[in-house]
Design a protein around this ligand. Structure first.
Ligand code: ZN
Length: 527
C-alpha cells in the first residue's frame, strides 16, 4: 500500500489492532463465504459467514478473530454459530470468537456464523466528497476482523466469496469475478463476487458506492476496469486508464497475473492506495493526482508481491512493500530511462538514512508485535527496495529477473519468509548470499565510508583509502568515478587500500556515481 496522507489516522488506528498471532496455528481456513447486508437506514451490517476450516491438530475449541462491540457500541455481536444446522457453543471477548467444537487433525468443518453490528473499523461507512454514502473495506494489516470473522493474519490464505445485499442504486465491487447480480424486492440487489485464488484477509474487500464504470482495455486476457464516483468520471476514466499499460510490464517480467480481472477503484481508503487483490482501492482525490502512474505501478506490483506471493507474517512485510517500491522503480526505469531510476534510488536512500536516525531497526523487524502500522516505514519500503536494487547489481539483470520469476512461481498463492527469497536468489545467481542478507536485511545501519585519494604523478596512479567508519563492518563493492572512468573497489576490511591507473590527475573523485550503494560518503584529497 501507499502510506496515508493523514498521520492523524495512524494514531487512531493504533488502538484498534488485534492481538498478535503468536502460537503455531491449529487450523487453516480453506474458504470464506461472507454474506453481508447493508442498508441506507443505518450503519448496522448484518453478516453471515460460512468458514470452511481444515484442522491441523486435534482441538476441543478454536478461535477466529472478531471485534465485539466496544464501549461506543461499535463492533460485531454474534447471535449463532452452527455446523450443519446444529448449534455450536461459542463465547466472544474483545477481539476473539471462541468456538467450542471438537475436531480431529486433517478434518474439514464448515461453520456458519450469524452476526451483526456497526463496524468500528475495517469497513469504512461514510460519505464521499460529493456527499454520497459509501462503504469501503480497508483491512490492512489486520482490521478485517472488525467486520469479518476470520483468521486475520497473512499466513492463513483462503478463497473468498462476498455476497452483498444492498440498496439497488449501489454498485458493488470486490475480489474475483462477479458471478451473480439479482434484483430483489424492496429496491434491493444481491451481488455475488467469487475469488478462487488464495488471499490473505488484508486484501479481501468490498466497495459499495454509486460508481461510473469503464473498461479501458485488457492486458492479455485480463480485463482492466475503472470504478470512479460519477462526478469524477471524465478525469477518472482518463487518469486510471494507465493501469492497462502497467500490467504488461509485470506480466512479462515476473509472471502471470494471479486474478481474473483488475478493477481500479476510487475509494475512501485511509491509505494513498490499497492493493486489494483484483480490486485496488485508491484515495479519494487520486483521479486528479499527478502521481497516479507511480501510485498505480506500486499497487499493481503488489498484486504479485503481497497479494499472490505474501509474506508469512508482518515481520517480513518488506516482501510486499520493498518489492512494490522497487518494482515501481523498475517499471519507471523501463519507461523513462536510467536517469529516472537513479533519481528515485537517490531519493529513496535519503529516506532510509533519515528514518534510521529516528529508529534504528533491521528490515526484518520482529520487535513490532501488534501495531503493524509502525511497519509502514522507510525500512520496509525504501530500504527493502534498495536491497533488491543492490541484489540486482550483485547478480546482474539476467539472474536477478530469473530469481524474481522463480520466487513468484514458487510462492504464488502461498507465503514466504525472507529466507525463502534468499534461497531462490542464491540458486538463480549461483552465489552464497548469507552475508548480503545478514548485513542488509537482518542487521541495522548502513556503511559510512570515508574516502581519501592521492594522485601519484610519477606512477600515473591514484591511491585510494576507504575507511568504514560505522561500527559493524560490511562487505561491499564501491564504485568511484574519475572523469568518465569507473573503478570498482572491494571493501571488506576496516581500512581498504586500492590503486588504479589514470591518464592524468582527475578534477574530482565521485563515489557511487550510478547510485548503486546504500551508504554515506565523505571524500577528501590527501597529500
Ligand atoms: Zn505498498
Amino acid at each position: 500500500m501507499y502510506k496515508a496522507f493523514s498521520l492523524v489516522l495512524f494514531g487512531l488506528m493504533t488502538c484498534l489492532v488485534a492481538k498478535a498471532q503468536t502460537a503455531a496455528p491449529v487450523f487453516d481456513v480453506q474458504h470464506y463465504r461472507f454474506a453481508i447486508q447493508l442498508t441506507d437506514a443505518n450503519d448496522t451490517l448484518k453478516g453471515q459467514a460460512e468458514v470452511r476450516i481444515k484442522f491441523l491438530k486435534d482441538v476441543n475449541s478454536f478461535q477466529l478473530s472478531l471485534a465485539r462491540p466496544n464501549d461506543k457500541g461499535k463492533g460485531m455481536l454474534v447471535s449463532a454459530v452452527t455446523e450443519d444446522t446444529k448449534n455450536v457453543p461459542f463465547t466472544q471477548d474483545d477481539e476473539l470468537l471462541t468456538i467450542n467444537a471438537s475436531a480431529k487433525t486433517n478434518s474439514l468443518h464448515s461453520y456458519n456464523i450469524v452476526y451483526q453490528g456497526i463496524p468500528a473499523d475495517g469497513l469504512i461507512i461514510s460519505t464521499n466528497k460529493f456527499g454520497h454514502r459509501t462503504f469501503f473495506g480497508d483491512n490492512w494489516p489486520n482490521r478485517a476482523h472488525n467486520w469479518l470473522p476470520c483468521a486475520d493474519y497473512p499466513g492463513d490464505k483462503a478463497q473468498v466469496d462476498f455476497v452483498v445485499t444492498a440498496p439497488d442504486h449501489y454498485g458493488v465491487i470486490s475480489n474475483g469475478l462477479k458471478v451473480e447480480e439479482t434484483v430483489l424486492p424492496n429496491h434491493l440487489k444481491l451481488t455475488h463476487w467469487k475469488e478462487t485464488a488464495q488471499l490473505p484477509t488484508k486484501v479481501m474487500v468490498i466497495g459499495v458506492a454509486d460508481f461510473a464504470i469503464d473498461h479501458p482495455g485488457d492486458a492479455g486476457s485480463i480485463p482492466v476496469y475503472t470504478y470512479v464516483f460519477p462526478e469524477n468520471k471524465e478525469q477518472g476514466f482518463k487518469s486510471y486508464a494507465i493501469a492497462k499499460n502497467i500490467l504488461p510490464f509485470y506480466i512479462k517480467n515476473v509472471g502471470p497475473f494471479a486474478y481474473k480481472k483488475l478493477a481500479n477503484v476510487q475509494s475512501k481508503t485511509i491509505f494513498g492506495g490499497m492493493e486489494n487483490a483484483g480490486a485496488i482501492f485508491y484515495f479519494e482525490n487520486s483521479t486528479t493526482s499527478p502521481g497516479i502512474e507511480e501510485l498505480m505501478a506500486h499497487e499493481i506490483a503488489h498484486q504479485w508481491f503481497g497479494d499472490a506471493a505474501s509474506e508469512k507474517n508482518f515481520g517480513h512485510v518488506w516482501l510486499s512493500e520493498g518489492f512494490a517500491t522497487y518494482m515501481t522503480n523498475l517499471y519507471l526505469e523501463n519507461k523513462y530511462g536510467i536517469d529516472t531510476l537513479k533519481k528515485r534510488e537517490a531519493a529513496d536512500r535519503e529516506m532510509v538514512l533519515s528514518f534510521e536516525k529516528r529508529r534504528l531497526t533491521p528490515i526484518v523487524d520482529t520487535a513490532v508485535k501488534d501495531d503493524y502500522m509502525q511497519l509502514l516505514n522507510a525500512n520496509s519500503y525504501q530500504k527493502g527496495g534498495w536491497v533488491l536494487h543492490m541484489l540486482r547489481r550483485k547478480l546482474g539483470d539476467e539472474a536477478f529477473w530469473k530469481g524474481i520469476r522463480n520466487y513468484y512461481a514458487k510462492y504464488n498463492g502461498g507465503n514466504a519468509y525472507t529466507s525463502g527469497l534468499q534461497k531462490i536468489m542464491e540458486q538463480a545467481g549461483g552465489q552464497d548470499l548469507k552475508q548480503f542478507f545478514e548485513q542488509w536485511v537482518y542487521k541495522t545501519g548502513h556503511p559510512d565510508l570515508d574516502i581519501t585519494w592521492k594522485y601519484n604523478a610519477a606512477k600515473g596512479i591514484i591511491e585510494l583509502k576507504v575507511t568504514q567508519k560505522q561500527e559493524r563492518l560490511f562487505k561491499l563493492q564501491l564504485e568511484v568515478a574519475t572523469g568518465k572512468h569507473l573503478h570498482t573497489i572491494n571493501v571488506n576490511e576496516r581500512i581498504n587500500i586500492a590503486r588504479f591507473k589514470v591518464a592524468s590527475k582527475p578534477k574530482e573523485l565521485k563515489p557511487d556515481p550510478n547510485v548503486n550503494l546504500l551508504a554515506t560518503f565523505t571524500v577528501s584529497e590527501g597529500n
